[in-house]
Design a protein around this ligand. Sequence first.
Ligand code: TXA
Ligand code: MG
Length: 328
Amino acid sequence: MTGQQQAGPAAAAAQLARAVATLRAGGVVAFPTETVYGLGADATRPEALERVYALKGRPRSHPLIVHLPDANAARAWAIAWPEGALRLAASFWPGPLTLVLPRSSIAPDAVTGGQDTVALRVPSHPVAHALLAAFGGGLAAPSANRFGRVSPTDAVHVLDELADVLEPGRDAVLEGGRSAVGVESTIVDCTGDAPRLLRPGAVGVEEIEAVTGLDVVAADPRVRAPGTLASHYAPAARVVLVAAADVVGSIGHALHPVALLAPVAVPTPEGVVRLAAPNDAADYARALYAALREADALGAGTVLAVAPDAGPLAAAVLDRLGRAAHRG
Ligand code: TXA
Ligand code: MG
């Protein structure tokens, strides 16, 4: 396993070549994307995918996203590309958008969870793109965390989550700095007449509607999407969503030590540990998962979280905070 990115283009090329060899041998490679780090395996090899599920402790019925180097490579994975999906791909790929489409025969049941649809994404992170281009195929990659836990936005987080189960010589970890977006991709189901939002992310509903000329409908709770479980992205600390005006009043009911995650305009009360003070919703999204990890590192009992109130990523941040706050 390679935990450290060595300096220089020659070292980076050698590391990439090792990662590709790892994938061809059926191993897994954790790699950076602009949203969060992924745990990738050859999307056409059920035994490699089996290992991804096992390493994460993820139920086998929960489908994976197939990552591809470009929209052209994505074509063969779906049997139908509605006009709206083509427009979304043209506008937002490479980038933080996942499209759910009718699967083709390339996608094994181990990727789709046995459903007749497949989720496809073309990430923009240069290391992800280099890996996908060099591998020359699809990589199924869930977020590189244990099931139900906080997604990693830095290679160090990947090692915190998985170092004890990844095997040196069999698996690899590629570094690529902090993820620029910080929350998982927007997922849009394009199999019906109207685009359906399955998970909010950096690509917002207004943008999807502008590009497709269609109204976006809310998720159908019958569609299986484990990232949409009520309880997810959860740290050990109890997360409590509060209004800015209620922060001070909430401290009395909180478990100590108390931590605060709130926009910069919200002051830090005495005796409370400030986890982050983001300037806007995009800044909040970038800081969110690292802040929740920091809360656990500090042994915080309660995280008081004040959501961002505006900006394209506000809905995505509120969605993740809501799931982190949900118990059971
Ligand atoms: O930003 C991201 O999407 C990251 C990076 C690594 O690309 N990946 C990610 O993967 O968040 P994961 O496995 O943590 O979440 C995948 C989500 C799940 O909510 C899953 O249910 C949904 O995608 N999904 C996958 N295939 C699907 C399908 N055929 N139909 C509906 N939802 C699907
Ligand atoms: Mg995940």
